[in-house]
Ligand binder design. Structure first.
Ligand SMILES: [Zn+2]
Length: 657
């Protein structure tokens, strides 16, 4: 008996049709875009049967690979990601190295049972017309030489595949899903089937790019077509990438659900008997997009929060950058407390919330849903190399979290708006960054960061702060235009970091190397302070001097100090007690500067970055000086920051990807 909610059951029954009748359109190309949006390098046809009790899966995969590289190919590497969840794997070793108190040996996350490893085993491997090559498969370890890591396997066809030729692989494989780890696996009777099939690497920049699975890195794959048949128990509610094109109810109590996806570069699916299903429609400029929400029953009351932020985010992305071209978007509310929350796959994302989260605390579900949808653009369509350039997907997405959330909820309250406590999404990103600002540059390869904390702070928070600060140099509108051109130019391809940076320079018409060298390629930290302020009467040496406002003449000096090594031009606003405000500009090249004034007024205050544009500044508390101490605003600020950091510490346990 299905435990899905009324609507979920209804949808499942309607979708399943009657008896064993299969609903598959005669031409699958009619389902999605008839015109290819991408260079379809791969075509995966997978027929998989999931054993919900053992959390295992047996499948056959036919992969047709089109050689568009212009060279003969005599080697093919494949990812076997689930082998990362083995004791001696590189992933597990990196998790161990990075473990903090509360995480014992072999326990990459608190509460995880070390017996519940995962694995992916190739049972047979054939190349059509070239024979069975199962015995010739070799594990390779391109990143760290770890002989025990089995997350990449390689095969050498007896005959190289010529340019413009194609090759077909027939692979039989067996998966053991782990208890959910890094967004794949099972938790009770829930499963997120991600990174679950042998996936060929990407020929990129003249070589194969097929990295091992690391603790902090994500994925990289070629665009293509997916036809996937999933056989699962009939009581399961299923969701997946692409478009559902058929359901067959089998006599043995299982159902076979078929999906088709065009111009996507990965395929994930989920099943649980508990999902309640809501379907809705978003009108994109290319036509209707079917929204499929798979909700936990306990979170049904938050359905509108999910839908609202999803539709509003789709609206912003469509207007600002370009249309969402796919026919579906599946949003999964995963098993509570599992490691399956907050993850992106093509046309399929997981959110994450808890039943007690009040409206106004927008970290979840709003922020998570918005962020994961954003990945449909920065990862899904602009398919950068997540192993090597994490900032191009996570960071550009984090910047857009701020833009989209601010647009929907207002800049001051886009993160928190709860009982008088307010916080903007930009502060969230900056907080993330300033905790670990200086170990690694944005440009570092994902698995070479000092640790997970630095990877997160830099790839997400720093990139967002770098791009927000960039607005002060070229303007918000220009950056949006650059982002739009970057999206339209590089969607359905695999751009690198310079493609993005050069687009920004081209659209802005400015040479920004001095900024990118520090902000992207360097680890320089930005911190300016008001070092000292003084106002001394010109006639200070006269006996019986009586200072009189508006009459006494003063020499005033304001010292500004560049405390760290990030050189950035700043503005300083100096206010005098006659109401005058003076704006000074400093290029920041030297370590300090002094501004001097001679006038019949004292300095009341000095403030660096008076328009609050420099999000990269590590310490805002030293940015201003006020002659007449007024403790009230300061203490309010301190309270706010305490609130924010405590909240943030809690919420960061729900790690976003
Ligand atoms: Zn992300």
């Amino acid at each position: 008996m299905a435990k899905c909610g009324l609507l979920g059951c209804l949808v499942a029954v309607l979708a399943s049709g009657s008896g064993a009748q299969t609903v598959i359109p005669s031409t699958v190309s009619a389902i999605n875009s008839p015109t290819p949006l991408s260079q379809r390098v791969v075509h995966y046809e997978i027929d998989a049967r999931y054993d919900a009790k053992a959390h295992t899966l047996d499948a056959t995969e036919i992969l047709t690979y089109h050689n568009f590289t212009g060279k003969p190919l005599d080697t093919f590497p494949f990812h076997l990601y689930l082998n990362a969840f083995q004791p001696a794997s590189t992933y597990m070793q990196e998790r161990e190295r990075d473990s903090t108190s509360g995480q014992g040996r072999g326990q990459p996350f608190p509460g995880w049972n070390p017996n519940n490893y995962g694995a992916s085993e190739i049972r047979s491997f054939e190349i059509v017309d070239q024979g069975d090559l199962t015995s010739q498969l070799q594990f390779t370890h391109p990143d760290d030489g770890n002989q025990d890591d089995r997350s990449v396997v390689q095969v050498r066809p007896p005959r190289p595949v010529p340019p413009d030729g194609e090759v077909q692989f027939k692979i039989r494989f067996h998966d053991q899903f782990p208890e959910v780890l890094d967004r794949t696996g099972w938790d009770r009777d829930f499963v997120l089937g991600a990174q679950w099939f042998p996936k060929v690497g990407v020929w990129w920049h003249g070589a194969w790019n097929c990295h091992q699975f690391h603790a902090s890195t994500e994925f990289f794959a070629d665009f293509g077509v997916y036809d996937v048949r999933l056989t699962v128990p009939q009581n399961e509610v299923v969701g997946a990438s692409g478009v559902r094109v058929g359901v067959v109810r089998n006599p043995d109590g299982t159902q076979t659900v078929t999906y088709h996806g065009d111009d996507i570069h990965d395929f994930a699916w989920t099943a649980s008997p508990h999902y309640r299903v809501h379907e809705d429609t978003f009108q994109s400029s290319l036509g209707p997009v079917r929204l499929i929400l798979l909700m936990q029953p306990a979170h049904w009351g938050q359905l509108d929060r999910h839908l609202h932020v999803l539709k509003e985010a789709m609206d912003r992305y469509g207007r600002w950058y370009g249309p969402y071209p796919y026919k579906t978007l599946t949003l999964v509310d995963p098993e509570p407390g599992s490691q399956a929350y907050g993850m992106e796959y093509p046309t399929f994302v997981t959110g994450g919330t808890s039943w007690l989260i009040p409206e106004g605390i927008r970290e979840e579900p709003e922020f998570t849903v918005e962020h994961e949808f954003g990945h449909q653009y920065w990862y899904g369509m602009v398919a950068t190399n997540e192993f090597e350039d994490a900032w191009l997907d996570e960071g550009i997405n984090s910047y857009n979290d701020v833009k989209v959330m601010d647009s929907i909820f207002g800049p001051a309250t886009s993160w928190v708006d709860w009982f008088g406590a307010t916080g903007g999404a930009s502060e969230r990103q900056r907080d993330f960054y300033i905790g670990v600002p200086d170990y690694d540059p944005l440009s570092r390869l994902g698995w070479q960061f000092r640790n997970d904390a630095s990877y997160g702070a830099i790839s997400y928070g720093k990139t967002a702060s770098v791009l927000l600060t960039l607005e002060s140099l070229i303007g918000e509108d220009t950056l949006r235009q650059a982002m739009r051109i970057y999206f339209l130019r590089y969607r359905f391809t695999h751009p690198g970091k310079e493609d993005f940076l050069k687009t920004v320079e081209e659209v802005s018409g400015k040479d920004l190397r001095w900024y990118f060298n520090q902000a992207v390629y360097g680890t320089e930290v930005l911190d300016y302070e008001v070092n000292k302020v003084s106002s001394i009467p010109v006639d200070w040496f006269k006996e019986n001097l009586r200072e009189q406002k508006g009459v006494t003449e003063y020499v005033s000096d304001v010292w500004i100090h560049r405390k760290e090594n990030f050189i950035f031009p700043i503005e300083v606003e100096i206010r005098f007690d006659d109401g005058e405000r003076v704006r000074e500009h400093w290029d920041g090249q030297d370590r300090w500067v002094r501004f001097e004034y001679k006038k019949k007024a004292r300095v009341v205050s000095a403030e660096i970055d008076p328009d609050h544009k420099i999000y990269l500044d590590r310490n805002h508390f030293n940015d201003s000086y006020t002659a007449e101490a007024n403790p009230a605003p300061a203490s309010k600020l301190v309270n706010y920051w305490m609130f924010v950091s405590q909240l943030f510490a809690q919420l960061l346990t729900w790690w976003l990807t």
